[in-house]
Design a binder for this molecule. Structure first.
Ligand code: BGC
Length: 280
């Protein structure tokens, strides 16, 4: 169906609640960036499925925070690199919410090692969660969008946000597996965007820079590390998870309805080759 005849185009947004009436699934939502996205989505009016694989208490706490604020949320356990678990999770989310409007494929991890020391296990783990996980979740979400029978609540027939990284463009010594996974996300996202746009599904990515989360405590916890980190950030501060939460709300809402296949860098300028500010 051509997008311009989509009856959803008549949907009226609720002021201050750009995701009102929408149902979202956020992977890796029990901590860090995923948690901030889940909370920001709930504040924007969405019901949120909070995916986790370890630390159920942390996922329950996110759900409780959302419920305490008058929102709707459930915690769903699944390892995003395991097909059967992903399928079961999406089935459960649709059963609970009735339909799905937004996926944020956020779950990701690092297993750092110098290249000659990197084990196949470290390589496979990172590619499995960071890249295969995005494939499995995006495919399940797309199928859920296509199966939608509930009335439309958004101009798009579905939205997918892939959580990438500045390392989809910045090479990163000692992190070959991680950089390869994020480079892979870039073209996975762009290919899906091209393939799914005719169905009215918008696929985009967010590329965070250095954000204060558990994945990179070594980069910001001490004063010396923070000072070193700031040589890579022209804007002069570390990113907070909420910086990403706000970007994700915009990218999932009708405010960005014409944004398709784009990577939104939220990085304080990290991708601006800061070394060239005084050199070159
Ligand atoms: C990594 C962090 C790192 C940041 C900037 C992120 O994708 O997960 O560990 O601090 O990129 O280099």
């Amino acid at each position: 169906m051509p997008n311009q005849t989509n009856p959803a185009a008549t949907v009226k947004p609720t002021p201050g609640k750009p995701l009102a009436g929408q149902n979202a699934l956020v992977t890796g939502a029990n901590s860090g960036i995923g948690k901030a996205v889940a909370l920001a989505f709930a504040a924007a009016g969405a019901a949120v499925a909070v995916n986790f694989v370890t630390d159920p208490a942390a996922a329950d706490a996110v759900v409780q925070t959302i419920r305490d604020g008058g929102g709707k949320a459930i915690a769903l356990k699944a390892d995003v690199s395991v097909e059967a678990e992903v399928e079961a999770m999406f089935a459960r989310a649709v059963e609970e919410f009735g339909s799905l409007d937004i996926l944020v494929a956020n779950a990701g991890l690092q297993r750092d090692a110098a290249f000659t020391q990197m084990t196949l296990e470290q390589w496979n783990k990172v590619l499995g969660v960071n890249l295969t996980g995005q494939f499995l979740c995006a495919r399940a979400a797309t199928r859920a969008f296509e199966a939608r029978s509930a009335p439309a609540v958004s101009r798009a027939a579905g939205k997918i946000i892939c959580m990438s990284s500045v390392h989809q463009v910045i090479p990163w010594a000692g992190h070959a597996n991680y950089a390869a996974s994020k480079g892979g996300i870039k073209l996975l996202m762009e290919t899906l965007a091209q393939e799914l746009a005719p169905k009215g599904i918008r696929v985009n990515a967010i590329a965070p820079g250095a954000i204060r989360t558990p994945i990179n405590t070594a980069a910001w916890q001490t004063e010396a590390a923070y000072k070193q980190l700031m040589t890579l950030v022209p804007y002069g501060r570390i990113g907070e998870p909420e910086d990403i939460g706000r970007a994700a709300v915009w990218l999932a809402s009708d405010d960005s309805d014409y944004v398709v296949g784009t990577t939104l860098f939220v990085d304080g300028g990290m991708t601006l080759y800061p070394g060239f500010a005084t050199g070159g």
